[in-house]
Write a protein that binds this ligand. Structure first.
Ligand SMILES: Cc1cc2nc3c(=O)[nH]c(=O)nc-3n(C[C@H](O)[C@H](O)[C@H](O)COP(=O)(O)OP(=O)(O)OC[C@H]3O[C@@H](n4cnc5c(N)ncnc54)[C@H](O)[C@@H]3O)c2cc1C
Length: 435
């Protein structure tokens, strides 16, 4: 049986891991090999290792974080697969941090007393500077088991007779696993609509990257490197959460074709004196517009326009007072920005009122769990958006309505992180082997 996997991110690689030695496997990616990516670090999203390669490598081993799979396979099977991913990472020397249960419980109580939910979870932190080594070992093991990789090759079409086409070649498959990540979500959307596969739109997460002195988050990050807090805001009853906390980390600019966004990460061996995290409002649309991609993109474009093609940076105090930040006002903050390729400005000019309100109210609530987080000097970078696009509807093994085609990972709307993507890759591989 010949299996072709589109996408060499965690979803594709972990599927390859499970299929290796059991069938003929070819992994195609439009981006470069790991070796090329290490030489030229500009390619953040494409190639061997996927978007995860230069990421922070914060691994969340929890069924509640980073995936939508429980509703398909239930918590027990999901936990089993998460344990499998954890044991694969362990082979490559990634160790999960033990949680201080007593301290975690104290925080859980404090959170719930103040209208929040704190989720202590098993986590590991690889660090942006170590992840390439892990991925390199993993893909070399796959090569040894006969898995073939082809890079710098973008799949364009999927034809009726089990053939995929690239600019130069065609490849025939028995089973196809499409795992193109967030960056390939629009292409997958096109395929899904062309092939009339079934789908729904996932919610989109829209918000800002918050940057504070690392000291104020030291205690909570000691328990969990990436603490997860869920909040309902008073005015709109919206769901707001902390996401991708990067202790001693750096805020980064994420360039896209039509707009720029922000993100954040930490290095294992290089530290700033700040901690940053995404603070995101979940938006699900019903009518007249269900397409959360379009809505998120229009906000991203508006924010990029008002920021003069750069992210907007504002002090929380300036946002509260209804005035823009300037470099001289920013200098008064205790926090020195780790990303300076920004425009000091007014986030209220970029984001709709509802988001601004949610962010201010949400930070005020979070301040009861993490005192200092809603200080006037806190820095906010706009915009951070997590598109989860459309979710391809599948059976419990991620087989689409076309029997020889499977999907996995962030691009298919099934995951939102490395572990979730890896789990979905394992699940699809299990389905392929069963077939
Ligand atoms: C800066 C940054 C920091 C992050 N930090 C973390 C973190 O700390 N922890 C965490 O869990 N997650 C993190 N993430 C998210 C994480 O990287 C993703 O959730 C994960 O990589 C998704 O895996 P995936 O396999 O679904 O897709 P991806 O990793 O995006 O891989 C998809 C691959 O498919 C390829 N592709 C797309 N379309 C085609 C096509 N048509 N033909 C051929 N190839 C194609 C792409 O080039 C890409 O290499 C971060 C992401 C970024 C950008």
């Amino acid at each position: 049986m010949k299996v072709i996997i589109i996408g060499c991110g965690p979803a594709g690689l972990f599927a390859g891991f499970k299929l290796a030695g059991k069938c003929e496997v070819l992994i195609l990616d439009k981006g470069p090999s790991l070796e090329e990516r290490i030489k030229d670090k500009s390619n953040l999203l494409h190639g061997e290792g996927g978007a995860g390669l230069f990421s922070d490598g914060k691994l969340n081993f929890s069924p509640e974080i980073g995936n939508n799979l429980a509703e398909l396979i239930g918590y027990s099977k999901l936990s089993e697969l998460i344990n499998e991913v954890e044991s694969i990472f362990r082979k490559y020397n990634i160790k999960t941090k033990e949680i201080n249960r007593k301290k975690a419980h104290e925080l859980e109580v404090l959170a719930v007393q103040n209208g929040m939910k704190y989720l202590p979870i098993r986590q590991a932190h690889v660090g942006s500077d170590h992840l390439p080594e892990v991925i390199s070992k993993l893909s070399n093991d796959l090569r040894k088991k006969g898995v073939e990789f082809i890079f710098n090759t973008e799949v364009e079409e999927i034809r009726k007779n089990s053939i995929i086409t690239t600019k130069k070649e065609e490849f025939k498959f028995d089973k196809l696993l499409i795992a193109p990540g967030r960056s390939g979500a629009r292409w997958l959307e096109k395929i899904v609509k062309e092939k009339r596969m079934k789908y729904i739109y996932n919610p989109v997460d829209i918000g800002v990257r918050v940057e504070v002195p690392a000291l104020i988050m030291e205690e909570i990050c000691e328990i969990n490197w990436d603490p997860k807090v869920h909040i309902r805001t008073p005015t709109y009853d919206d769901f707001v959460r902390t996401f991708c906390v990067s202790p001693y980390g750096y805020v980064v600019k994420e360039e896209n074709e039509k707009y720029c966004l922000v993100n954040g990460h930490s290095w294992k061996d290089r530290k700033s004196s700040n901690t940053n995290f995404a603070f995101l409002v979940k938006v699900q649309l019903t009518e007249p517009l269900e397409n959360t991609n379009l809505y998120g993109e229009s906000i991203a474009i508006q924010a990029t326009t008002i920021g003069g093609n750069k992210p907007i940076l504002q002090r929380l105090g300036d946002l509260r007072r209804g005035r823009r930040s300037t470099w001289s006002r920013l200098e008064k903050s205790h926090v020195k920005p780790t990303l300076t390729d920004v425009t000091p400005g007014d986030i209220a000019m970029a984001l709709p009122y509802r988001f601004v309100r949610d962010i201010i109210e949400g930070l005020d609530i979070l301040n009861k769990l993490i005192p200092g987080v809603a200080d006037d000097g806190t820095l906010l970078y706009a915009t951070e958006i997590k598109f989860h696009g459309l979710r391809v509807l599948t059976n419990e093994f991620l087989r689409t309505s076309i029997p020889e085609i499977y999907v996995a990972g962030d691009g298919a709307g099934l995951s939102r992180g490395i572990v979730g993507a890896a789990v979905s890759g394992l699940l699809a591989a299990e389905g392929i082997l069963k077939d």
